[in-house]
Design a binder for this molecule. Structure first.
Ligand SMILES: [Fe+2]
Ligand SMILES: [Fe+2]
Length: 182
């Protein structure tokens, strides 16, 4: 399965522009990390673009991401892709053993949070600093549906310095800012 197959499938299932943009943001981060670690960029991009593709149709636990993962398996997506996607929802109990699965988990909630911070700024993501993101993380009332615990656990599992990870994801999202509307 190619990236084009994956994005077409995501668009078929997801009509919400905000949710599409969330998946673009995770894709951008996955691509950047794949390049950094010398991994297969297309596979990592596919994981990013598809990780929530079933969410609009199946928003409840455990359907998302179990249902989506079944659909992907039927369509011939590889085991490592399905396992990484299952791993982004901790309740599945599927361990994040691969680097790809750990990166997905470390980027998912953080991408959502960075979007929430950037979207209300005059220059959006262009001049967004690590310090602004960290300040907002401490503000419990801000984007309160984003789990700070998940973000912290993701960074811990990836074993990278927190600031470095935030900077890396901001920079990755910047490279795709037109598509993200940021
Ligand atoms: Fe999800
Ligand atoms: Fe997500």
């Amino acid at each position: 399965m190619t990236y084009t197959d994956a994005i077409n499938l995501m668009h078929e299932y997801t009509k919400s522009e905000a949710l599409r943009k969330h998946m673009y943001s995770v894709e951008a981060s996955m691509r950047a990390y794949a390049r950094k670690f010398g991994e297969d960029e297309e596979t990592w991009a596919i994981v990013g673009i598809l990780h929530d593709f079933d969410y609009e149709r199946y928003p409840t636990i455990p359907e998302h991401p179990l249902k989506g993962s079944e659909i992907l398996k039927e369509k011939g997506y590889s085991e490592d892709i399905c396992i990484a996607i299952l791993g982004h929802a901790s309740f599945t109990g599927v361990p994040r053993e691969s680097l790809m699965a750990r990166v997905l988990y470390a980027c998912d909630e953080l991408c959502g949070f960075i979007t929430a911070v950037a979207i209300i700024r005059p220059n959006k993501i262009v001049d967004l600093e690590i310090s602004s993101v960290k300040k907002k993380l401490k503000d419990k009332a801000f984007a309160k549906n984003v789990s700070r615990e998940d973000i912290a656990l993701g960074v811990k599992e990836l074993n990278v310095p927190f600031d470095e990870h935030i900077k890396f994801v901001i920079d990755a999202m910047k490279t795709d800012k037109e598509r993200l509307g940021l």
